[in-house]
Design a protein around this ligand. Structure first.
Ligand SMILES: [Zn+2]
Length: 289
């Protein structure tokens, strides 16, 4: 909405400057054209000092503007100020806009697996789509233009999200290795159950740094499996399981190298598993004087 000053910045028809809302919604296109004022008309066209000066051609089609005492009072020599209502500061922010867009969408129990402070954006995006089973795997109709539906990695089964990201004989051992690397030794029975389990177990503040590492590893493997599958599809290039494992572990390790950890028995184990130097530990807080 607009906090009115001298009216030179605000559009009379389209800006939300009064309790009536944008005025173009109250008139027809024909009435607007017959008023004698075009769509670029500024509020200042109807302001003199701190008074409103509407012409009769305007008040005929918009009698709601009378009496003008019910309208906000213009302030001479002050610029109009645009206020972004969803933000408490009145300033436009992306965060407040996202909250506005998402306010009617319930958050998913797995969303914390995908989006976190430490996540790698391209990994998160692929994981986000994969969890919703919206990647164009070969079992989906959107990939019907290809003349195969067989997994391009193992050439052995229908390529679905569950097969590609979980049960593919090429990928499943990587999950076992990766989860053990994060301190978990029981593999679930399918892709959906794995995500459900991870969403439940890697939530909350307990061992939050270890949970963050597990999430990084999860998204890295999914991203690299999908990347490998695309290399097979579009570039006809094969990648060994060892190379895929290396490509999965390395970005996580690099991310961890740039992080700091609070020392505990869990983070000690973590740094050993990921071969991190001891300098990643944050110095203990100084005792109070
Ligand atoms: Zn496969």
């Amino acid at each position: 909405m607009v906090e009115i000053g001298e009216g030179s910045l605000s559009n009379f028809w389209f800006d939300n400057w009064s309790s009536l809302g944008p005025l173009h919604l109250l008139v027809t296109q024909q009435q607007l054209m017959q008023s004698g004022y075009d769509t670029k008309t500024k509020l200042s066209s109807f302001i003199s000092g701190s008074n409103w000066t509407f012409s009769s051609s305007i008040t005929v089609i918009l009698p709601q503007l009378l009496p003008s005492s019910s309208l906000p009072t213009p302030v001479p020599q002050r610029k109009d100020r645009f206020i972004w209502i969803p933000s408490s500061s009145g300033k436009f922010t992306i965060v407040s806009t996202l909250k506005l867009i998402n306010r009617d969408i319930p958050s998913q129990p797995w969303s914390h697996l995908v989006w976190s402070k430490v996540s790698i954006p391209k990994h998160s995006f692929t994981l986000w789509v994969a969890i919703q089973k919206r990647l164009p795997t070969l079992n989906r109709r959107c990939a019907a233009y290809l003349n195969t539906t067989t997994c391009l990695i193992c050439n052995n089964d229908l390529e679905s999200h569950n097969h590609l990201f979980f049960s593919c004989p090429y990928v499943k051992p990587l999950w076992t290795f990766l989860l053990a690397h994060c301190g978990f030794y029981i593999l679930r029975s399918n892709w959906s159950e794995l995500i459900h389990w991870a969403a439940h177990h890697w939530r909350g503040n307990n061992h939050s740094q270890c949970n963050s590492v597990s999430k990084l590893a999860l998204s890295s493997l999914v991203y690299n499996v999908w990347n490998k599958r695309n290399r097979s599809l579009f570039k006809k290039k094969k990648l060994s399981a060892n190379s895929l494992l290396h490509m999965t572990l390395e970005p996580v390790r690099l991310k961890l190298m740039s992080s700091t950890f609070i020392e505990s028995i869990h983070t000690r184990r973590l740094t050993m598993e990921w071969d991190l130097p001891s300098c990643v530990f944050r110095p203990p807080p100084k005792p109070p004087d």
